[in-house]
Design a protein around this ligand. Structure first.
Ligand code: FE2
Length: 288
């Protein structure tokens, strides 16, 4: 195995272990962020929501939406904000503002996203925090557009990207400056040490369900905003409660996130995100 250069110092690793998140400034250049933004906007340009009218119309679409979401683990798909289409799937707002996010396999299907996701910095940090056989599980380009971008309610990523034992870590990158004003993330420092409270999974009959082990709401009294300038990388432990408010400002808040899991953990067959055999999860090594 090739030796990977270290990127985090001892203080940073201590913060990571104590807080369950870590802010790494200047992990990506402005140019790299702008290249990723341009590619995401190109993908949105090429997306025609009327092609997916059964998914995006407003009548009885929950089954089609389930299929569209559950089939996105090895695809590049587009997820819209609430209430931005009419009954025939036509957008009622500009397409670039109507898209909530793109997911979930750009890092394996698109060269620009592949290169960004497998940047040396990400690989080094994954090694620094203890991954032995890191696998890039999913990617999301999040738009959180001005005045339209919705809130993300409090959750942990382990709930949705379950492994045994827990291993998922989010590598979140600010493509725009993220501030309290435009809906930055919030997290509870140290909240990653609690037991799992929920697990979202396939229900075996084409839908999904949420197992609830502990119905208590998160105690978010000690939550802190994670403001981040463009190019900042925020590491998020899979058991850390986090969320973000809506973007009520006039400022864009694009972000990109890749979730990494440990290849030596068990990845359950009833996790919502599954891959076709022809496109297995891949680590940081180049495509063969
Ligand atoms: Fe999350």
């Amino acid at each position: 195995m090739v030796e990977v250069m270290s990127r985090l110092n001892g203080d940073q690793l201590s913060c990571w272990e104590r807080d369950g998140f870590l802010v790494v400034e200047d992990a990506f250049s402005a140019a790299a962020c702008e290249t990723l933004r341009a590619r995401a906007l190109d993908l949105v340009d090429a997306f025609d929501p009327t092609d997916d009218v059964s998914v995006f119309d407003t009548n009885d679409q929950s089954h089609a939406q389930d299929d569209y979401f559950l089939g996105s683990g090895d695809q590049i798909r587009f997820f819209l904000e609430e209430g931005v289409t009419d009954g025939s799937g036509r957008l009622t707002t500009a397409k670039s503002e109507a898209v909530n996010k793109i997911g979930h396999a750009m890092h394996d299907l698109d060269d620009v996203f592949d290169g960004f996701s497998r940047d040396q910095t990400v690989e080094s940090i994954a090694s620094d925090i203890g991954f032995i056989d890191p696998l890039l599980l999913q990617s999301m380009y999040i738009f959180k557009s001005p005045r339209v971008g919705g809130e993300v309610t409090w959750h942990t990523d382990h709930t949705f990207l379950w492994t045994e034992p827990q291993s998922v870590v989010g590598f979140w990158v600010a493509i725009d400056d993220a501030t309290v004003e435009n809906g930055c993330m919030w997290a509870v420092p140290g909240g990653h040490t609690g037991l799992p409270r929920r697990r979202f999974r396939r229900d075996g009959s084409g839908g999904t369900t949420m197992d609830v082990f502990n119905p208590d709401p998160w105690n978010i009294d000690s939550a802190v905003p994670i403001e981040a300038r463009q190019g900042t990388l925020v590491l998020l432990h899979g058991s850390l409660p986090h969320g973000s408010g809506p973007n009520t400002s006039d400022k864009s808040r694009h972000a990109y996130t890749v979730h990494v899991i440990e290849g030596q953990s068990v990845y359950p067959a009833d996790n919502w995100l599954q891959r076709a055999e022809s496109i297995p999860f891949r680590g940081f090594q180049p495509r063969s």
